[in-house]
Design a protein around this ligand. Structure first.
Ligand code: GLN
Length: 199
């Protein structure tokens, strides 16, 4: 069975591992290029993308990560992880680097000050139709996507209606929100199905 790595530089690593454990998937904490070589797929957790980017460079992981993603390794990023998988970012720090892979522009901290954190029902393509209770924490949104990217979900809150918060490009997936925090395993299950070649 496949091993899914969780990039363990920073962020909510344990929460992602817990959900994947619950789905019966073997997980590995990835903190080095050697470890990265042992995994079939990767989750990039939520946290702080500027810190994650710096640490990835410091641990010599940035180039190996880019190489694996280019070579077709499935990856799923939540929140800061979404930022890390974006080809282009807005509102980043001057030297902020990403792994990239998804042809999209992501705006950091996009939801305004009063709404830094909120929950909202999001309807996601590829799930069973029941809305997903999505938790947003200083979340980004996707400003634009290239032709190869499928929009899986948008928010419907007044003022922000239609903002893209979930995408897929081939075996790469990203959400602005944190399914690892709410006990609903459906988004992770979708990723596991992608990893197994079933979705
Ligand atoms: N605002 C954070 C960033 O820019 C992301 C927040 C999160 O992952 N919950 O990286």
């Amino acid at each position: 069975s496949p091993a899914i790595g969780v990039l363990a530089l920073q962020g909510d690593v344990a929460e992602h591992r817990r959900v994947l454990d619950a789905l019966g998937v073997r997980t590995v904490e990835v903190l080095s290029p050697d470890r990265l070589d042992t995994v079939d797929a990767l989750v990039v957790p939520g946290g702080e993308s500027t810190t994650m980017s710096k640490l990835a460079a410091r641990y010599g992981l940035l180039e190996p990560l880019r190489k694996r993603v280019r070579a077709g390794m499935p990856a799923y990023g939540t929140c800061a992880g979404m930022i890390m998988l974006a080809d282009r970012i807005l509102g980043g720090t001057a030297d902020q680097e990403t792994i990239g892979g998804i042809d999209m522009t992501v705006r950091r901290n996009a939801f305004g000050r009063q709404t830094e954190s909120f929950e909202a029902d999001v309807r996601l393509d590829g799930l069973d139709g029941r809305p997903f209770d999505a938790v947003f924490i200083r979340a980004p949104w996707v400003e634009d996507v290239g032709p190869g990217v499928t929009v899986l979900g948008t928010v419907s809150r007044p003022g922000e209606a239609g903002r893209i918060v979930a995408v897929r490009q081939g075996v790469l997936m990203a959400t602005s929100f944190h399914p690892e925090l709410t006990g609903d395993v459906r988004v992770h299950r979708l990723f596991v199905d992608i990893v197994k070649g079933h979705a």
